[in-house]
Write a new protein. Structure first.
Length: 228
């Protein structure tokens, strides 16, 4: 991973949430490129709208504060939209590496009691053996395409969960570690980072969180992510 920008330590308001900072950036620079994946580019405005659509759909499924939503997606545009959409709906995301053995995926989903799992069509068959509802974000007729793109009423507070990451379980059963919005800012975050995700495996915190604790997820505030 490489970062090309003049990064600086920034003190963000501790009463803000990760997705709220992103929304502020989207309002300031809606036409600026926020996400690049191959030949596909999304501006802040486009990314914000797509995440809003997903958030509306998730809210209708009962997702809100302290509700976990699994994310089992390869590095892609769908991964970023998925995480933002979950946070905008008020929920917390549960990152899952698609390379995990089926037994580990099932254990984590059951233990976390996640009612919804966001994934991609290539993973649906091996993930559809539980009580959770599986949504393939890359499906052309995905239900979120007909949902309004307006922002939802935000009910999330800094003390609410951002995500839950599970330990490796090397000394026993995997355990979930809960991370709140406020705890991210207590550690400090970097703003205006230009991140390249072109190295093998997870890179930026948004991808790294699939296997370890990536607390700088709040760089969503103003990050230009390139996925190769």
């Amino acid at each position: 991973m490489s970062t090309d920008s003049n990064t600086a330590q920034v003190d963000y308001p501790k009463d803000k949430c990760v997705h709220q900072l992103f929304e502020e950036q989207a309002r300031r620079t809606p036409g600026q490129v926020a996400l690049v994946c191959g030949d596909l580019q999304l501006t802040y405005g486009e990314l914000d709208s797509r995440a809003n659509q997903l958030a509306h759909y998730l809210r209708a499924l009962g997702v809100g504060p302290e509700v976990l939503v699994g994310v089992c997606v390869a590095r892609s545009v769908q991964m970023v939209i998925g995480m933002l959409g979950i946070l905008k709906a008020g929920g917390a995301y549960l990152p899952l590496d698609p390379d995990y053995p089926p037994e580990r995926l099932a254990f984590i989903l059951n233990d976390a009691q996640a009612p919804v799992l966001l994934s991609q069509q290539c993973f649906v068959e091996r993930l559809s053996n539980g009580k959770w509802k599986v949504i393939a974000l890359d499906k052309e007729d995905a239900p979120i395409t007909d949902v309004p793109a307006e922002p939802l009423r935000d009910e999330v507070k800094a003390y609410n969960l951002t995500y839950v990451i599970y330990t490796s379980g090397s000394t026993g059963l995997p355990k979930g570690v809960q991370i709140t919005h406020g705890s991210l800012f207590e550690l400090g975050v970097l703003a205006s980072a230009h991140v390249r995700c072109d190295s093998p495996g997870p890179s930026n915190a948004m991808y790294r969180s699939s296997t370890r604790d990536g607390r700088s997820t709040s760089s969503l505030k103003s990050v230009r992510v390139i996925i190769n």
